[in-house]
Write a protein that binds this ligand. Sequence first.
Ligand SMILES: CNCC(=O)c1nnc(C(C)(C)C)o1
Length: 320
Amino acid sequence: KAELRAQYPEKEAYDSGTLKVSDIHTLKYWQYGISSGNPVVFVHGGPGGGTSVRDSRYFDPAAYRIILFDQRGSGESTPAAELKENNTWASVEDMERLRKHLGVDRWVVFGGSWGSTLSLAYAETHPDKVKALVLRGIFNLRRKELEWFYEDKGGACMMFPDYFEDYRDFIPRAEQKDMMGAYYRRLTGDDEKVRLEAAKQWSRWEMATSRLYIDDNYLSKAEGDKWSLQFARIECHYFINGGFMESDTQLLDNVGKIRHIPATIVQGRYDIVCPMETAWLLHKRWPEAEFFIIPDSGHSAVEPGTTSRLVQAADKYKDL
Ligand SMILES: CNCC(=O)c1nnc(C(C)(C)C)o1
């Protein structure tokens, strides 16, 4: 069994700043590694998940100029959990605003889960700005993907019936046929207490199902008031709107625009949050992209086999 690669050691950011991207939204960003390095931008998940210093450690700090940013309403971007002017295509253009603000010509784009969605949307819109793509836990927000995970329709609920029960039964039975709609009404309602409880229930469901082995530390993320409101409100807002896509398969249909770009796709075999079918469909439409199925991984990037493949992929593109 080949030696598993670990992430690079943690280093301090050499720069950080804010960028006003609309009348409402200001983004926070950080830079790690070396300013003269090969630029890479990390695209976080959720949406609404925000970044952490851990996300900088997939990349060799002696070779890369590592750019992390919190998307609209996420992490340290302000206003926190704001849904107005918050959508996929605004975030695609935010990446362009950030790229120009930092004086980057072209960059490696690296994202997992929702981060893979936004990375694909960005690359298909601005293919000439992308040196390479590293995508993990492929998520296209197709209706069947959303229903699989968030509705009581024989999907993830059959794999984690125990945790699903808490997520489902927070909603009155009469509303359980449309869980995303029921949660959205509560996450955007006037009652702060209900909003927060809905946010924690929603977030707990995802944290419980993100790893092959349920990780209590990971679960504890869902207990944070601010984080769970950002994560749940922004996720549910994007999902209720089908990711603001023109069609259910827009990202798959437009892969032809990016097939020339060097790329690596990494997918956990036992990913319950973003089941492997979407990665498989992407692979079939994009045979040139390297495709790795991690046999003992769930959804999260922190599964050892997944982390190892992601570090190897980043190493592969470090001198582009
Ligand atoms: C349906 N959401 C998938 C996603 O993007 C995601 N899952 N976990 C995360 C965090 C790592 C940000 C918690 O993001």
